[in-house]
Design a protein around this ligand. Structure first.
Ligand code: ZN
Length: 62
C-alpha cells in the first residue's frame, strides 16, 4: 500500500492506494461487440475507486 493522492477521484492523503491500469469498458451494442481498452499508464487509486471502476492491477500478466 502507498500513501498519497488518488489519480482517479483526486482524494488526498489516502493510505490505501494501489497501482493499476484503468480499463475503458465499451458495452456491447446492436452493431458492435463490446470491448475493453486498457490504459498503459499506471495510476494509483483509492479503495473507493477500485470498488466502483473497472481496472487491472499493475504488473498482471496481459
Ligand atoms: Zn479515488
Amino acid at each position: 500500500m502507498e500513501r498519497g493522492s488518488c489519480d482517479s477521484c483526486g482524494e488526498v492523503d489516502c493510505d490505501d492506494l494501489l497501482a493499476l491500469h484503468r480499463l475503458y469498458v465499451t458495452p456491447e451494442a446492436w452493431d458492435t461487440d463490446g470491448s475493453v481498452t486498457r490504459v498503459d499508464e499506471v495510476e494509483r487509486w483509492c479503495a473507493a475507486c477500485r470498488a466502483n471502476y473497472p481496472h487491472e492491477p499493475a504488473g498482471a500478466a496481459s
